[in-house]
Design a protein around this ligand. Structure first.
Ligand code: PSU
Ligand code: MN
Length: 302
């Protein structure tokens, strides 16, 4: 990719050149996953959290046909506030660049661009995955396939609980994407501390994660990602009963309105937020904050 296609902020470029820790942050959660105007405050807070833990934040987005790795204040504001900002998965990057469009990047697009820029650690909320009703809709997030061929560590709170979690874990296994439980032997459930599903590998410190990353690099082989799944603290999770109740309503509403494709995930997150009077948002934010902190510590340990 040419220099003009991938635009690194000066701060990110200097940090990468000097081998200092950098953490990639995605922008879809800002533009399409959180309500305005809180989303901007969160975007800024996440960047500060990365800095507080000794790393440089690189929020990634496409603006006017240029892929930005690291955003300035005005650029971050644009991503948070401009309703024209689209949602860009990995496959949308080329048409967006070619047409001069602006868009927020999902996990798939962010992981791709971050790896291209030489960033090794990435933090988000919850990965996309296999949707319930996959048999009918064939809706599986592009996040999974992209993570099967991108060398990056993604710190997340599991996959969004709106998904079919066991099916998503099975896909990750099939695709050869490693999964570590951070401080847990259960796969986290995004809004919930546990999805109830087991994970095969548990680590407890950023240094242990760094060891796994180094081993992955030493082994070589297919460029797969590493999913570092950290649960939201139990006292910050969404009440599991409330979660299950509102989720079934949200899924029916999505079906009734015929929402498909890129609209599904933002619709469900929005619906849950309203139906829980903001409680799902607080759980989501608690998870993301924890992930950003941990990602910075992993980047520093590398
Ligand atoms: N994590 C969050 N909120 C979000 C997302 C992740 O806490 O909104 C976004 C990510 O960008 C992820 C996307 O890649 O949702 C998945 O969308 P889809 O199911 O359309 O692939
Ligand atoms: Mn989808």
């Amino acid at each position: 990719m040419s220099e003009t296609t991938l635009l690194l902020s000066q701060e990110v470029r200097e940090a990468l050149d000097a081998d200092r820790p950098v953490v990639a942050l995605e922008s879809t959660i800002i533009a399409h996953g959180l309500p305005r105007p809180r989303n901007l405050a969160v975007a800024e807070e996440l960047e500060s959290l990365v800095r507080d833990h000794g790393a440089v934040p690189a929020t990634i987005a496409v603006l006017d046909g240029q892929a930005h790795i690291g955003l300035g204040k005005a650029q971050l504001e644009r991503v948070a506030q401009d309703p024209e900002v689209r949602k860009l998965g990995h496959r949308d990057l080329a048409p967006a660049l070619a047409s001069g469009a602006s868009g927020a990047t999902t996990v798939s697009a962010t992981a791709f661009l971050a790896a291209r820029a030489g960033i090794r650690v990435f933090a988000t909320g919850g990965l996309g995955g296999v949707h319930r009703e996959w048999v009918r809709s064939q809706d599986e997030s592009a996040d999974l396939r992209l993570l099967a061929r991108t060398r990056i560590a993604v710190v997340c709170a599991g996959v969004k609980s709106i998904l079919d979690v066991p099916a998503t874990l099975q896909r990750l296994e099939t695709l050869g994407v490693g999964v570590l439980g951070y401080g847990t032997d259960r796969f986290p459930g995004f809004y919930l501390s546990s999805s109830g599903e087991p994970v095969d590998w548990t680590v407890h410190t950023p240094e242990e994660v760094a060891e796994v990353i180094r081993a992955q690099d030493a082994l070589g082989g297919p460029d797969t990602a590493l999913v570092v799944a950290q649960p939201v603290p139990e006292d910050r999770q969404l009440d599991p009963e409330l979660h299950d109740r509102v989720l079934s309503d949200a899924l029916s509403a999505c079906r009734e309105r015929g929402i498909t494709g890129q609209g599904v995930t933002p619709f469900l997150l929005e619906h849950l937020m309203r139906a829980t009077a903001g409680a799902s948002l607080e759980a989501n934010l608690a998870a993301v904050r924890g992930n950003v902190r941990l990602a910075a510590r992993i980047a520093a340990a590398l």
